[in-house]
Design a protein around this ligand. Structure first.
Ligand SMILES: Cc1ncc(COP(=O)(O)O)c(C=O)c1O
Length: 388
């Protein structure tokens, strides 16, 4: 039978990140030692208390369907944590536990958007936002940020129409590492209030903030009843493969998201949720250590790229750099191919992170200092041998 691709899927872009990773994998399969500076996950193992809790829960029989909204004991632990860390009261009934935070973002969009609704996305941005908005019938509106990768209200205003329904923000940011300070957040709060917009605040890199204070958007005055806060375990606790994340926000919206989960994923495996409680309650020291190691790497790789002559902002969080390749290499949009071919170093092309970012690359420092050092040496050598 002939397969007719539905139009909403025709608009979907292939993941640039996965495509670049696939090329690197093919090279590795030929026996080449590729230095991966393209990965989006911590290179640390999942902490042992989490693994032990999962094992215990499996033995205790947490192997069946659970409530779609998530185990009450995990939602209670999250509610306590949000209260003690952020000073806001979010009831356990206002949380949903999902298979990865990615799914929380997807469900939020399903819950908020009508067909044709527009969503403002400051770019550069994680590509899945744009694609998920399209998948649910919405229209992603990319809005370029300023030279420090911070959203400008004037630009946001310019792209706001009668169909604008929501704004997606993400800080510490993937791919730039920018973190919004209180002044910027207050400007955004005033803007969304004035335009009556929903906000999806993706705070998955919250704990990976190296400079300045991390301020959660929903803690700003009047923002809790229009904000869906998305967070997770993947980055903070090196749990990318466990597929668990969560969201909280106004209860009517969360209820709709639960309904969607009932009919799709059903629930996150109960033993994974039990393990997540151990992450929240037994792993603070581990997180501290991991963050301090990432900060060391950030300083090292930032200096390394600066010395090579790249124009770049010092990231304040997450584990990525987003250097501008113009002036360094003659064909910036193909710099990632050049690095893979000539230096066996894999980075992610900037094109996937929004229109206008083709001359950039995303460089991940979720790799050992030793490998980062070798990667920098290889890049230097490849550049010096090329005609640029
Ligand atoms: C900005 C951002 N949000 C969400 C996610 C999804 O994380 P997960 O679904 O593993 O919780 C990622 C993963 O790379 C990310 O970079």
């Amino acid at each position: 039978m002939e397969y007719e691709i539905p139009s909403k899927l025709k608009r979907l872009k292939e993941s640039a990140t996965l495509k670049a990773a696939e090329k690197a994998r093919a090279l590795r399969a030929k026996g080449v030692k590729v230095i991966s500076l393209d990965v989006g996950e911590p290179d640390f193992p999942t902490p042992l208390p989490i693994i032990e809790e999962a094992y215990k829960a499996l033995k205790e029989g947490y192997t069946h369907y659970g409530p779609s909204q998530g185990l009450p004991e995990l939602r209670e632990t999250l509610s306590d944590k949000v209260k003690s860390e952020k000073g806001i009261d979010v009831r356990p009934s206002s949380f949903i536990i999902t298979p990865g935070s990615k799914q929380s973002i997807y469900y939020s969009l399903i819950a908020l958007l009508e067909e044709g609704d527009e969503v403002l996305i400051p770019t550069p941005a994680w590509p899945s936002y744009m694609e998920m908005v399209k998948l649910v019938g919405g229209v992603p509106i990319e809005v370029k940020t300023n030279s420090s990768f911070l959203p400008s209200i004037d630009e946001l205003e310019k792209y706001t129409t009668g169909r604008t329904k929501a704004l997606i923000i993400n800080y510490p940011n993937n791919p730039t590492g920018s973190v919004y300070d209180r002044g910027k957040l207050e400007e955004l709060a005033t803007f969304v209030k004035e335009k009556n917009l929903w906000v999806i605040s993706d705070e998955i890199y919250e704990k990976l903030t190296y400079e300045g204070e991390f301020i959660s958007f929903a803690t700003l005055e009047g923002m809790d009843d229009r904000t869906i806060t998305v967070n997770g375990f993947s980055k903070t606790y090196a749990m990318t493969g466990w597929r668990i994340g969560y969201a909280y926000g106004p209860e009517e919206v969360i209820k709709m998201m639960v309904k969607v989960q009932q009919h799709t994923a059903t629930c996150v495996p109960a033993f994974v949720q039990k393990a997540a409680i151990a992450a929240l309650t037994k792993c603070d020291d581990y997180v501290k250590e991991m963050v301090s190691e990432f900060k060391k790497r950030r300083d090292f790789i930032f200096e390394g790229f600066k010395k090579l002559g790249f124009k770049l902002e010092k990231p304040k969080g997450a584990f990525y750099l987003f250097p501008d390749v113009r002036g360094i290499y003659r064909d910036p949009p193909n710099f990632n191919d050049f690095l893979l071919d000539k230096a066996a170093v894999s980075v992610t092309p900037g094109a996937g992170f929004g229109v206008g970012y083709e001359p950039y690359v995303r460089v991940s420092y979720a790799n050992s200092l030793e490998n980062i050092r070798e990667g920098l040496e290889r890049i230097e050598k490849a550049l010096s041998e090329s005609s640029n």
